[in-house]
Design a protein around this ligand. Structure first.
Ligand code: UD1
Length: 343
């Protein structure tokens, strides 16, 4: 069984990816410091797959922890790196935390990759690298815009660090996955997104409002130059997204990559506005979401959606789950959190 290290594997996208890796026959080792997730994810992964992944409770910032991990679990063939901080606002207030958590961890892992002969490295990048695009949909060749937050900057710098390392002759290959807006949860409702405190992102805020934890959802701006005035995003189901990681790591391990570093946009190809999303949620679940129009949120992109052709053609990946099913999965997860007394 091929061994894959999933950093940040108890988190939102990491836990869904662990499930898909196990389903595809990989052995998964998770390292997570549980700073933004709980070990309950391991129960969820086990309940879905019947397999409990090996878990190291530790920090990727710490080289000694990593050295021990690599000696306890020899022969790791691939690394999928989710261990990072991801709140845009927080990154503006705490840049050093973001540079440490997102860049020092990456440097440590790349050193380990070279030292221990790991074949493939998959990195979680973001559509944030495109900034406000001049043209939609966005392809992988669309221009990279100056980052508008330390978070966004860490994604750009990370892509450069990985690329420089590989083109220096390092003996491994990498795939950079640029996610659009990952949403929803596993259809079993056994794993999902668990935001710390007041959610900054749309879907957790929306589902918490729908269940009554929050009074109302603020729609940030209805006067943008879009058909209904609200911002447009490409909402991609987290299970679809997770499957792309399995395709990427297999491609790397099996030596099927065409270039030493490959980049793929992961989105549906459909731009959906914030107001359309609320409507889809309401009709999929039958639950009303109290909302009001609020001022624009500083730093928001007006509209961005993916051209997923490259991922379709080269990776063989395509988003398959409908937005309505995705909204239903997010709602079922929120209800499950309520049943467990978490929310
Ligand atoms: C941004 C980044 C993304 C990053 C993510 C992490 C861009 C294009 N995207 O996503 O790369 O990974 O943050 O957090 O830079 N909204 C409301 N009310 C709310 C919350 C959000 O109306 O309470 C709106 C926002 O104004 C936005 C949309 O919903 O138009 C999506 O917002 P959000 O879920 O926060 O994600 P992004 O900002 O798109």
């Amino acid at each position: 069984m091929k061994r894959i290290l999933v950093t940040g594997g108890t988190g939102y996208i990491g836990s869904h990816t662990a499930v898909e890796l196990i389903n595809a026959g990989y052995e998964v080792i998770i390292i997570d410091n549980l700073s933004n997730s709980t070990a309950d994810s391991l129960d969820g992964i086990e309940a879905i797959t019947g397999v409990r992944p090996a878990f190291v409770h530790g920090d990727v910032n710490d080289m000694e922890t990593l050295e021990k991990l690599f000696s306890d679990f020899p022969g790791i063939e691939g690394i999928i790196n989710f261990a990072a901080s991801k709140a845009v606002n927080e990154s503006v207030r705490k840049p050093l935390l973001y540079y440490r958590n997102n860049l020092v961890t990456l440097l440590n892992l790349l050193e380990m990759t070279v030292k221990h002969g790991v074949k493939g490295f998959v990195f979680s990048s973001s559509c944030t690298v495109y900034g406000e695009p001049d043209v939609n949909p966005v392809t992988e060749k669309s221009p990279i815009k100056p980052a508008t937050s330390p978070y966004g900057n860490t994604k750009q710098i990370s892509e450069e660090i990985i690329t420089d390392t590989i083109y220096s002759g390092a003996p491994f290959r990498a795939i950079l996955l640029r996610y659009f807006n990952p949403v929803g949860a596993h259809p079993s409702a056994l794993i999902g997104e668990l935001p710390n405190g007041v959610p900054q992102n749309l879907i957790p805020y929306l589902t918490q409002t729908a269940i009554g934890v929050r009074q109302e959802l603020s729609v940030f701006g209805d006067d943008y130059p879009t058909p209904d005035g609200s911002c447009i995003r490409d909402f991609i189901n987290v299970v679809d997204l997770a499957k792309a990681h399995v395709m990427a790591i297999s491609r790397l391990i099996e030596g099927r990559t065409a270039e030493p570093v490959e980049i793929f946009n992961l989105g549906t190809g459909n731009g959906v506005s914030v107001l359309e999303l609320i409507n889809t949620f309401e009709s999929a679940t039958g639950v009303k979401v109290p909302y009001r129009i609020a001022p624009r949120r500083e730093g928001d992109i007006v509209k961005v959606w993916a051209d997923p052709e490259h991922a379709n053609n080269v990776l063989g990946w395509k988003a398959e789950i409908s937005l309505a099913d995705t909204m239903l999965s997010a709602w079922n997860w929120q209800k499950r959190l309520r049943e467990k007394g978490i929310m």
